[in-house]
Every structure is written in C-alpha cells, then in structure tokens.
Design a protein around this ligand. Structure first.
Ligand code: AMP
Ligand code: MG
Length: 401
C-alpha cells in the first residue's frame, strides 16, 4: 500500500500545467495564475508626488525658526504645477499632487500658518529634503517586470495590473473538474429519501471543495451501480473535464464498478489504495490524453480528506501554481490526545487563537460518514500510525484547509 507522500508524488508526476488562455480581468480571474511577466508601461508614481496636504518648499529655506515664504500657486491632485518654487517661495499642495520644480520637500499644513497676502510661516525647523515626497518611479519604473509569471492574481495584483493599464492577461485556466457521485442508494438534496436511501452529500461537497481549491466544477449527477450507466457518465466526465472525480464505488464490493469501468475506458490505473485513515480505497488513473481520474471513497469524510490530500494539489499544478501543497504547518496541540491508529491518520481539527498564540484542537468526529463532526474543521491534524499519545502543547503537523 502506498504511503501518503508517495501517492501525492505519483499524482503530481502526471499533473502538468494546462494550456494558457487570455483572461479578462474581471473578478472571475481572481486566483488564476499569470502565465507571462507583466511589464510596467509607466513610472509609478509618474511624477514626484506629495504624500501630504501642506506646502511644497525648498528645505534649505526652512532652516531658520518661523521662516516666511511667499505662496506662488495652489496645486491640487490631478493638476500640473505651472510655476517653479524659487528661493523664499512655496506652493500650496495637496496629497497626490505633483511636486513643483525647485521644491524638494513638503511641509505638512499642521506645521504651517497661512497669512493674508499669500504668505506662509513654517513652524517646523527640521524640514528634510525629500520629506513627504514619493519620488517618481519608486513603486515601479516603466519597462520593469512588476508581476512575474507564476504569480497568483490576488486582489493587490488586480490593483497593480490596473496601474499598468492591463484589462486582460495571459493566464492558466482554472482546471475543469467533472464530479460524479455513485450509488443506487443516493437521491439528490431536493428529494425525500425512501426507505434504504440517503441524500447525496459528496456531489455538493466536492463541488465546493473544487471551487475552494482553484478548479472549475461541473457536477454530472449520480451514476447508478450498473455498469452501463456508470460507464456512460464517466465517459462523459472524461470528455468534458481535465480532472474527473468519482465518489464511491471504488472499493472491492460487488457493486464497486468504478475500477472495471475505468479500465474499459482506457484509463491507466496507477494506484488503488493508500495507507491512510480515513480513505484507504482511493484510486488514481490517467487517460491516454493526460486527463486525471480520481476514484474517491464513498464515505463523505473520507472523500473530503482524499480531495484535500491528493486532488487539490493536482488542481493547483494544472492551474499553474508553483506550489502543489497540501499546505502543512506545525502547531501546538490545544488539548492532549491518546489514540491508536493502524494507519497514518488525518483528524478534522480547528485552529484556535489563545493567549499563547495559535494552536490546533482535534474535533470530535464519529467516523468516516460524520460530516457534521467534520464541518467546523479548518485543518487536518496529522497523526502517525501506531500509538499516538501527545500532551497539550506538543508540536504537531497540521494540513491547512
Ligand atoms: P461506497 O464507497 O460506494 O461503498 O460507499 C461507502 C459509503 O459511503 C456507503 O455507506 C455509501 O452509502 C456512502 N456514500 C457513497 N456515496 C455517497 C454520497 N454521494 N453521499 C453520501 N454518502 C455516500
Ligand atoms: Mg456505492
């Protein structure tokens, strides 16, 4: 049976960034990854800019106590100065306005007293050259790379891209993820289950995990536990997706049709089991044209954990991210634990901020079907196989969700 790290490595060996596209910079592009460097077309700021409301001055004019200067004009943001500031002169200036020629500093209006007749007294005797002035090109110079390829488009990137006049960029698309639930016992959420039936949790859950993980979900419905129905739905899934998720039917029961169907559809199966709890039966395969197929366990908590550990990293790589994850950090335990597991185990857990900083608290979760127990989790606590005994404060590996 494969170890978790080896299974992730096996998946990532087959995960390649998708063909890039031109993406319009609407909020739909939030989280896409740039596929080309972005070069500034302007200096920013494009002129030396005042960072305060006050007076543009020559710093050397302000050395004596209560220096009096002649105000030659008023420069609001959006207007260019028309007069230089000569010796003994100042311009009234506002935040964001260009600094006039001759001036080398801005005195805050709190340190100035305006008089009748267009004069101003500077009450600050310690005016330094360049104070409250943001020099031209400090943030970026025209021609410089301001965002490099591989950068995820986060909210600040939208601002940078706007500053350099971009309304569209070359980016990696969000991977298309087809999602199929399997099982004769399943009905959709809008149905009342008849005796023996349950509602389909995995479909909506995996759809949401896909969005959170940077994929574009396409829910394809429930495949019944008959070979023909499962085969046609899975074939459709492979057709319309970069990654196909099939929840349930991957174990070794009589109705677990997925592995056979996949073989018939020409999917090469790379592994079927992982040494992990929950979610030992987890299948990974690839099609001839490089699409990724995951058979996830039917039990919702197992399906959830399998997605986070194995599917989400694949989606990230297809989407052009440099780091696959899963993102693991080390945190102290908020409460002690003592348990014994036959396999390496991932326990739903919650991050907590207390007086001593962040810690992680395992959540009570009654087992692989218990989504209510899992739901508050924002992390998975990683426990080794065997006797796991750890005191409060012990430092543990935690996978962030
Ligand atoms: P299976 O892997 O198909 O044997 O399913 C394992 C368990 O998970 C069974 O108890 C199923 O009823 C349950 N299960 C499978 N698919 C779903 C689903 N989409 N939503 C909720 N439970 C499911
Ligand atoms: Mg089933």
């Amino acid at each position: 049976m494969l170890e978790v790290a080896d299974a992730i490595a096996a998946v990532l060996k087959h995960a390649k960034p998708l063909k890039t596209e031109v993406a319009a910079l609407t909020t739909a592009a939030l989280g896409q990854v740039l596929a080309a460097d972005i070069v500034a077309d302007v200096d920013s700021p494009p002129f030396p800019k005042s960072l305060r409301d006050g007076y543009a001055v020559r710093s050397t004019d302000c050395a004596s106590l209560n220096a009096e200067l002649k105000v030659v004009e008023e420069v609001p943001a959006g207007k260019m100065p028309t007069k230089p500031v000569g010796a003994g002169e100042a311009s009234r200036i506002f935040t964001g306005a260009p600094l006039p020629d001759g001036a080398d500093a801005v005195v805050m209006q709190e340190h100035a007293q305006a008089f009748e007749g267009g004069r101003v007294k500077i009450t600050d005797t310690n005016v330094k050259a360049r104070q409250h002035v943001y020099a031209q090109g400090t943030e970026m110079k025209a021609g410089a790379v301001v965002l490099s390829r591989g950068t995820p488009i986060n909210p600040a990137a939208f601002g940078v891209l706007a500053n350099v006049g971009k309304t569209a960029v070359t980016a990696y698309p969000f991977p298309r993820v087809g999602i199929i639930a399997t099982g004769d016992e399943l009905v959709e959420a809008n149905m009342k289950p008849k005796p023996g039936q349950i509602r389909n949790s995995n479909g909506p859950m995996l759809t949401a995990q896909t969005v959170r993980g940077g994929g574009l979900p396409r829910y394809l419905g429930i495949a019944r536990d008959t070979h023909a129905i499962a085969k046609s739905l899975i074939a459709e899934g492979i057709d319309v997706s970069d990654v196909v998720l099939i929840a349930g039917g991957v174990s070794v029961g009589d109705f677990d049709l997925v592995p056979d169907v996949l073989k018939e559809l020409g999917v090469t199966i790379h592994f079927r089991q992982i040494r992990v709890k929950p979610g030992k039966p987890l299948l990974f395969g690839t099609t001839e044209n490089g699409k990724l197929v995951f058979g996830l366990p039917g039990n919702p908590v197992s399906s959830f954990v399998g997605f986070e550990l194995f599917v989400r990293p694949a989606i990230r790589i297809l989407g052009g991210h440099a780091e696959a994850g899963p993102r693991t950090i080390r945190l102290p335990l908020a409460e002690g634990l003592a348990e014994s597991n036959d396999r390496p185990t991932y326990r739903p857990a919650k991050l907590e901020l207390g007086e001593g900083g962040w810690s992680v608290r395992p959540l009570p979760c009654s087992g692989a079907p218990d989504l209510v127990g899992l739901q508050p989790a924002d992390a998975l606590l990683s426990l080794p196989a065997g006797d796991a005994r750890a005191d409060r404060g012990a430092i543990m590996d935690v996978v962030l969700l």
